[in-house]
Design a protein around this ligand. Sequence first.
Ligand code: CP
Length: 315
Amino acid sequence: MEKHNFVTIADLSKEQLLYLLEMAREFEKHPNRELLKGKVVATLFFEPSTRTQLSFQTAANRLGARVIGFSDAKTSSTTKGETLKDTILMVSNYADIIAMRHYIEGAALYASEVAPVPIVNAGDGAHMHPSQCLLDLYSIQKTQGTLENLNIYLVGDLKYGRTVHSLIMAMRHFNPTFHFIAPKELAMPQEYKLYCKEHNINFKEHTKFDANVIADADILYMTRVQKERFSDLMEYERVKNVYRLTRDMLCNAKENMKIMHPLPRVNEIAYDVDEDPHAYYIQQAKNGLFAREAIFSYCLGYTLDDIRNDKTIIE
Ligand code: CP
C-alpha cells in the first residue's frame, strides 16, 4: 500500500486529481463504511476551524476510524515550548495519519518531512488549503458537469485567501478563465499572477463588482476578508465591507451559475442570497465530507478499486 502526504495541490497531476474526485464520488454514494476500522486519525488544529476540523473528524468516524487531537493548541504542550517537530513525532507514535492546520506557511510541508505517518494539510497560513480545494473541484465538477473551460470569478480577499491560491493551481489542468475581483489592497499576489502566466492560465483583473461584471460567470467564488492575517487592523477596517453580494446582483447571471464560498462568511454574501437557486455554499461544505473521506483513504494507501470493491459498506 503506497501511502501519500496531502500537503499541496500543486504537485498533483490532472490524472491524480480526477482519480481523487472519482474516489469522492464513490464516498458520496456510500459514505458509511468500515474501511479504516482499527486506524487512529489525529486532527491537530493550531488555528480555529469549524468545517475543516469537523468534516475531517466526521470522515474518519464514518469510515470506522477513531479520532484523537486538539482544536486549540493552548490545551497542548505547545504552550510549554514544545516544538512542532516534537509534537508531530509524538502524535505519530499514536496515530496512523495526521490532519493539521497551522498559522505558519509551510508548517504542513515541514511536518511531512519529519513525520513517519502521512500528513494532511488542513490549511497553512495564507498559503494553501488543499483539502478545501479538492472539495471545491468536486463541487464545480458536480454542478457544471465538467471542470474544463469554465469562467471562474474569485471575489474579495485574494491576497490572504489560501483557498483561491490553491484553486488556481488545481485548475491549471482545465483551461479556465479566471476573473480576479478585489480592491487593490487585497489584489491577487504577484506570485499567483506569474503562476498563471507560466501555466497559460487566462485571467482578468477587476475592481468593480456588479451584476454586469459577473454576468458571464460559471462559478462565482466569494471569499471573506481574512481579519486574522492583517498586521494593521485599521487597514482591515477600511476594506472589510468592500464587496457584498446581494440577490439583485444575480439578475443577469447564467442559469447554472453557482455561488461558492469556503465559509465562514461575515458580510460578503447577504442572507437572502441563501434562498436563491444559484447559492451553493452550504452543499459545497457538505461535499467536504466526501472529499476528505477520499483524502484519508488515498493517503493511507487505498485505491479506487479498493473503494469500489469495499465489502464494509454500511447501508
Ligand atoms: N473552509 C474552511 O476552512 O472553514 P473552517 O475555517 O471553518 O475550517
